[in-house]
Design a protein around this ligand. Structure first.
Ligand code: 13P
Length: 270
């Protein structure tokens, strides 16, 4: 059984209270969830937070020694050099990060404005993936279709294209060192999540595509769903057998709501 993961992507939001206060509150609440989980022998969940990068040092100081993990919202495709504003995988690792988000659609849009074609964008994602794994980080690689692609039935094509590039780049076994996140662009920040049936269907497609290369990797890799996950819809979405947790945006800024979502994921194994 795969251990569920719930990742909170704070994006560039400034919570009402400071980031450090939010981190403290999260920490306090996870103690609550841990004691609740102790009463359910098999229930378990990994929880990771993705604050803006300037708070990674605070995050390391506050969360070190706890069961909470953390990561960066982006990573450079390069090791070092004249890349103003970028952060390397080694720098991210030095702040105690376990994870890094790669290929989030909100970052892809920036490149799309430069009119790079999708294949080149997927290649950049693959380079970031290589760089992260080499530096001991676990990439959470985001995949998802736009609203237009969804309505014209191109979801599988778009997902298959990136998966094939990732597998080509480092082989299928290396993919086991990553987490995938299916985030339909039309569901991000819209309040309109994918239905549990649709999420499960796409997750199953992803797993089957990997299984064609290596059934063991397909069985072990965690696939998260992201896009308007809230306390109310999390249990139904997470019930899908191929849904291993969530990548949460807006709702991760509300400690109570986020903890309920984490609990819903933990119940998958409980
Ligand atoms: P929302 O949960 O706000 O829709 O954001 C999802 C997301 O983009 C997580 O990376």
């Amino acid at each position: 059984m795969r251990k569920p993961l719930v990742a909170g992507n704070w994006k560039m939001n400034s919570p009402d209270e400071s980031c450090t206060k939010l981190l403290q509150k999260m920490l306090e609440k996870t103690h609550v969830i841990e004691s609740m989980l102790k009463t359910m022998p098999n229930a378990e969940v990994d929880i990771a937070l993705f604050p803006p990068s300037v708070y990674l040092k605070d995050t390391q100081e506050i969360l070190s020694g706890s069961n909470l993990q953390w990561g960066s919202q982006n990573v450079s495709a390069y090791n070092e050099g004249a890349y103003t504003g970028e952060i390397s995988a080694a720098m991210i690792k030095s702040f105690g990060c376990t994870y890094v988000l790669i290929g989030h659609s909100e970052r892809r849009c920036l490149y799309e404005k430069l009119e790079l074609d999708q294949h080149i964008l997927d290649k950049i994602v693959a380079e970031k993936y290589c760089r992260s794994v080499k530096n001991g980080l676990t990439p959470i690689i985001c995949i998802g279709e736009s609203s237009d692609d969804y309505t014209s039935g191109k979801t599988e094509e778009i997902i298959a294209r990136l998966l094939d590039i990732l597998i080509e780049e480092r082989g299928v076994k290396e993919l086991a060192k990553t987490v995938l996140a299916y985030e339909p662009v039309w569901a991000i920040g819209t309040g309109e999540s994918a239905t549990p049936e649709w999420a499960q269907e796409v997750h199953s497609f992803i797993r089957q595509r990997i299984a064609k290369h290596d059934p063991e990797t397909a069985e072990s890799i965690r696939i998260l769903y992201g896009g308007s996950v809230k306390e109310g819809n999390a249990p139904a979405i997470f019930a899908g057998p191929d849904v291993d947790g969530g990548l949460i945006g807006g709702a991760s800024l509300d400690v109570e709501e986020f903890i309920h979502i984490c609990f819903a994921a933990a119940l998958k194994t409980g």
